[in-house]
Design a protein around this ligand. Structure first.
Ligand code: NDP
Ligand code: GDR
Length: 326
């Protein structure tokens, strides 16, 4: 049986990946940082099956110790400051957690378990400004945020450790992927939560930024399978993972509001607070390489994903309401 170490296991992707690997019979070790309030919402149902290791991305000693004690066959480096909008007010923290920390993890693996296979969570945000559409592994990077810049560093340092030290290191260039476990500030979840609150009479507006942005949105549960597949190949490589379909934020709003019988135009207010200093106008991925070499495919389409998220938030908000009045 294999051991896997996941950083960022309390996040959206980490929780789906942990479930997936447990299902496959892996012993799953999860790195968790110290927080003042416990943060197990996404992994509550599998919390007792994960072997927890305390550590922080920015603390190399803790990462070396984590790799030593997990003795992993596979390391999935998912932890990061992952919210693009926060990377402008916190550019240095983002640089530490999203860029330099990748070197910390690679060093920890190189020192403590050089034979372990390594997955780096790279991002379509690295493509940024449109240079080529659709975007694939060979498309040049032009990041548009401190987050995107940090991810470019993380990507290249992963490639560099593969080429310098012969490590089995892969970089997955994943386009946006969402789920009911998405953080509340990301646009899909902000919309599904907003729709639920408006439908249940707890809010009467939803304040949004740029409705014209176009994204290639998939389901997180489908995307973690691609991470695993990358580490099962004979050779390490980099892969784009995407749906190959693009939708606007406006379309997202239309689908989510109309699902509960509402018109988004009656509730959405444009608020400059949510407009970014520099925007990525369009992301559309070409994942032919992953389809062909990994045999990867997706199960959940965009409309189904939005409906799944609205259903989950309606259920959650209702349950919160009931608890309040109980
Ligand atoms: P989340 O924001 O949901 O999760 C981030 C995780 O990183 C959390 O578990 C968080 O812990 C952990 N973390 C943050 N800082 C530290 C630190 N200093 N030390 C230890 N752990 C830390 O992200 P996602 O699950 O959505 O994304 C996973 C990865 O994939 C990220 O690297 C993201 O940038 C990247 N990515 C995501 C895409 C997406 O669409 N979701 C697309 C492409 C790339 P805590 O719970 O304590 O905050
Ligand atoms: P993104 O995701 O920046 O693509 O990064 P996010 O959901 O935050 O934004 C998507 C697009 O929606 C527009 N938008 C808004 N976004 C938010 N959050 N809130 C709003 O009110 C709003 N109004 C419009 C944004 O301007 C943007 O164009 C995600 C993260 O998961 C990264 O970690 C990951 O690397 C990339 O996806 C791929």
């Amino acid at each position: 049986m294999k051991n896997a170490l996941i950083t960022g296991v309390t996040g959206q992707d980490g929780s789906y990946l942990a479930e997936f690997l447990l299902e496959k019979g892996y012993t799953v070790y999860g790195l968790r940082r110290r927080t003042s309030t416990p943060n197990y919402e996404n992994v509550q149902h599998i919390k007792d099956r994960i072997r927890w290791i305390s550590g922080d991305l920015t603390d190399l000693a803790s990462l070396i110790e984590a790799v030593r004690s997990a003795d992993p066959d596979e390391v999935y480096n998912l932890a990061a400051q992952s919210f693009v909008a926060s990377s402008w007010p916190q550019p240095l923290a983002t640089g530490q957690m999203t860029a330099l920390s990748v070197t910390n993890m690679l060093e920890a693996v190189r020192i403590a378990k050089p034979g372990a296979r390594f997955y780096q969570a790279s991002s379509s945000e690295m493509f940024g400004k449109v240079v080529e559409t659709p975007q694939k592994e060979t498309t040049p990077f032009y990041p548009r945020s401190p987050y995107g810049v940090a991810k470019v560093y993380g990507h290249w340092i992963t490639v560099n450790y593969r080429e310098s030290f012969g490590m089995f290191a892969c970089s997955g260039i994943l386009f946006n992927h969402e789920s009911p476990r998405r953080g509340l500030e990301f646009v899909t979840r902000k919309v599904s939560d907003g729709v639920a609150r408006i439908k249940l009479g707890l809010a009467n507006e939803l304040r949004m930024g740029n409705l014209d942005a176009l994204r290639d949105w998939g389901f997180a549960g489908d995307y973690v399978k691609a991470m695993w597949l990358m580490l099962q190949q004979d050779e390490p490589d980099d892969y784009v993972i995407a749906t190959g379909e693009m939708h606007s934020v406006r379309e997202l709003l239309e689908i989510a509001f109309s699902y509960v019988g509402l018109d988004y135009r009656d509730y959405v207010v444009i608020d400059p607070e949510f407009v970014r200093p520099a925007e990525v106008d369009l992301l559309l991925g070409d994942c032919s390489k992953a389809k062909e070499k990994l045999g990867w495919s997706l199960d959940v389409g965009f409309r189904e994903l939005v409906h799944m998220m609205v259903d989950a938030d309606l259920k959650r908000v209702k349950a919160e309401q009931n608890m309040q009045y109980a």
